[in-house]
Every structure is written in C-alpha cells, then in structure tokens.
Write a protein that binds this ligand. Structure first.
Ligand code: THG
Length: 263
C-alpha cells in the first residue's frame, strides 16, 4: 500500500498558522511523524492560506526536504503552481492532480513524463464528478489512453475515482468500489488506484469507523494507494491487516511490527 500522508494541508489550523508565520518546525514535525507512522509519501496542500500560493507551496516543500527525501505529492488544482512546485522538488514527485478532461490531460501527462513524476488523475471532467460507475469507468479509460499515447508508464499513473462524504452522497462509496473493480481490468499490468480517504467521512459522526471500513473495502477491490491520516494508528493497522488477508503482505504473528519495522 502506497500511503500518502494527508496532514500537511492548510485545511488544518495548525498548518495554516505555520505557513502564514513561516514556522518550519510544525511542518517538519508532521513530516517526520507521518513517515515514522508508515507514510511512504507526503501530500502538500497550501489550503486556504493567505499569500501567494506558489511561494507558500515552495516554502512547504523546502521545509520538508530539509528533513526527508520521501516523495512529495504536490496537491494543487493550479497548473502554474504545479509547474513551479515540481522545480523545487529534489526527488521524483507525485502530481496531485489532473482532471480527466482532454485539455487537462494534454498538459499534465507530458508534464509528468518530462519531470519524471507520478501522476494522480481524477475522474472529474468539465461535467463534474460522475454520479455512477459507468461515468468513472469512461473517464478512467480516457485517462489510461492519454497516458499510453504520451508515454507515461502505467506504473506511474494513479486513477482517483473521487470519493465524496457519505452523508451527502450516499451512493458514491459503492460507485467508487465498482469503478476500481472494473478499471483494474483495463490494462495488464493495470494502473494504480488512489482515493482521498478522509473525504468519505467529512462531517460525519462515526468518522474513524467509516474511514477504516471504507478503506478495507477499497483494498479488497484493488486500491493500492491512499491519501490518508497515517497518524491514525487504527487506520494504518486496518490497512496493513487488509493487505495481510489478501496475501499482499506475508502473515506472521507480529505482522504490524514487521510492516512498520523497516522505518
Ligand atoms: N483526491 C486527491 N487529493 C486530495 C483529495 C482527494 N487531496 C485533498 C483531500 N482530498 C485529501 N486530504 C484530506 C485532508 C484532510 C481531510 C480530508 C481530506 C479532513 N480534514 C478535516 C475536516 O475537514 O474535517 C479538518 C479538520 C480540522 O480542521 O482540523 O477531513 O480526494 N487526489
């Protein structure tokens, strides 16, 4: 499981304050703690902070790179911010994200190839988030076709079927599961699949229960990456356990310690 830690996001108050006050230690501490907890990469999103988004993003990336070489998932919807941020990344990065509209794919896929980045592509286009499985599968097919045409290896492609909060969009979790199940058959070897896991329970009461149940269901149909809260020990343990039960990790009595041990 490729775990992308979600916590360096200006959506969180402490992170927003740290960005605005240029308080590196808060960011570096979050970077170290997420990696120690099992994150493989770090999502970086300036959120609703004041100031120029490019400057804030580059400040975050540089602060993180002082303490780790882990890949950075540059989380911005703005192409100009993405391009400049990738220049600041010393190691191969993750582009988070492109939409599935042809005009977006035609600039983001070549950017991923040129900068040796991995690419997250959302099943969203100019018509928005598809309501059902079929819309997601059609957009996934467009994404895979464009990647193959432009020479992006599918091992470097992550399709994100876009999960929304279950309290306002109750049909969406099932549609995401259906989309992953079908899209994993689209190519051999298939592309990767990722979700912004915490979205599923935003605004809900039983947050951790909803999040971990949905994660294990997604892993069951082929999800192999998630932007998630690596600091939530129960959630990480649920992910590792799901992988053991699917024989993606070897079982031993101390499989959790074994998974986290090499960090
Ligand atoms: N797909 C991709 N990238 C993404 C998302 C996605 N990036 C952003 C987001 N969705 C994933 N990251 C988060 C991070 C935090 C939360 C949800 C998703 C979250 N935050 C608390 C909340 O809103 O309740 C904030 C609480 C606080 O303010 O302290 O849940 O889907 N590719």
């Amino acid at each position: 499981m490729f775990v992308i830690g979600e916590r360096i996001n200006g959506m969180f108050k402490e992170v927003r304050r740290a960005i605005e006050e240029r308080d590196k230690r808060v960011i570096q501490d979050l970077a170290r703690r997420q990696l120690a907890a099992g994150a493989d990469a770090l999502d970086v999103n300036v959120g609703p902070t004041k100031g120029r988004p490019v400057e804030n993003m580059i400040w975050l990336i540089e602060a993180i790179q002082e303490v780790t070489r882990a890949p950075i998932s540059v989380d911005t919807p703005k192409f100009d911010v993405m391009k400049e941020a990738l220049q600041a990344c010393r190691n191969p990065a993750v582009i988070n994200s492109t939409k599935a509209s042809v005009t977006d794919l035609d600039r983001y896929v070549p950017l991923a190839v040129e900068t040796h980045s991995q690419l997250i592509a959302l099943t969203i286009d100019e018509t928005g988030v598809p309501r059902d499985v079929d819309g997601r599968v059609m957009m996934g097919a467009t994404i895979v076709t464009k990647a193959m045409e432009a020479g992006l290896d599918l091992v470097d492609l992550y399709i994100d079927p876009v999960i929304l909060p279950v309290n306002v969009a109750p049909k969406q979790p099932k549609a995401v599961l259906g989309a992953i199940s079908q899209l994993r058959l689209i190519a051999d070897p298939p592309p990767n699949f990722v979700v912004g896991l915490s979205n599923v329970s935003q605004g809900c009461k039983e947050r951790s229960l909803l999040t971990s149940a949905f994660l294990t269901m997604c892993i069951g149909v082929g999800l192999n990456a998630a932007i998630m809260d690596a600091l939530d020990k129960d959630l990480m343990d649920a992910a590792i356990t799901a992988e053991v039960l699917l024989e993606k990790q070897l079982y031993c009595d101390d499989y959790i310690a074994a998974y986290l041990g090499n960090r």
